[in-house]
Design a protein around this ligand. Structure first.
Ligand code: MG
Ligand code: ZN
Length: 171
């Protein structure tokens, strides 16, 4: 099973400064994101979202707020025939030293445990943050960083300008 691991905030829906998240009730989709997800599915990938939500344990949003945004996002994606296999999130604060806050590898490990058929060699990670690319490097997965300066030395991580540009790279 080949997986497209998508970051959520800043990749599928808009991201905001931490303080502003407290007031967000509606996900705003990033232009091209839904089409990208549709096309990625067409290419035979299953989609898993992996998202750092330190906003929860750092008190910017409640778990309920997180779930509400996620639910609305999923409903909109369903309307566009996008199937999300699963969402794995890290609720921990950055001070907690958990093993799932990207670039820690816990979210991917959780995904592999739940779906042992995942083949990382055929999978990729896409995100708008350096932590997404560091995670790709740690897990030896191909990475696509949206406006992220990626380390070049022989690593399989590539800088793209917009989420939809990933379609030019994948089979
Ligand atoms: Mg992001
Ligand atoms: Zn965590």
């Amino acid at each position: 099973m080949k997986i497209a691991f998508f970051d959520r905030d800043g990749t599928i829906i808009e991201d905001y400064p931490d303080e502003k998240w407290s007031f967000i009730t509606q996900p705003e989709f990033i232009p091209g994101a839904i089409e990208t997800l549709q096309q990625v599915m067409q290419k035979g990938y299953k989609i898993i979202i992996i998202t750092n939500q330190y906003l929860i344990n750092e008190g910017y949003i409640s778990l309920q707020q997180y779930e509400e945004i996620n639910k609305k996002m999923m409903e909109e994606l369903t309307r566009h025939n996008v199937e999300i296999l699963d969402v794995f999130y890290c609720p921990h604060s950055r001070q907690e030293g958990c093993d799932c806050c990207k670039p820690q590898t816990g979210l991917i490990q959780q995904a592999i445990e739940k779906y042992p058929a995942i083949n990382l060699n055929e999978s990729f990670i896409i995100g708008d943050s350096i932590v997404d690319m560091e995670l790709a490097i740690r897990m030896n997965i191909v990475g696509y960083g949206i406006n992220v300066e990626v380390p070049d030395e022989g690593k399989d991580v590539y800088k793209i300008g917009k989420v939809i540009e990933v379609l030019e790279y994948i089979d």
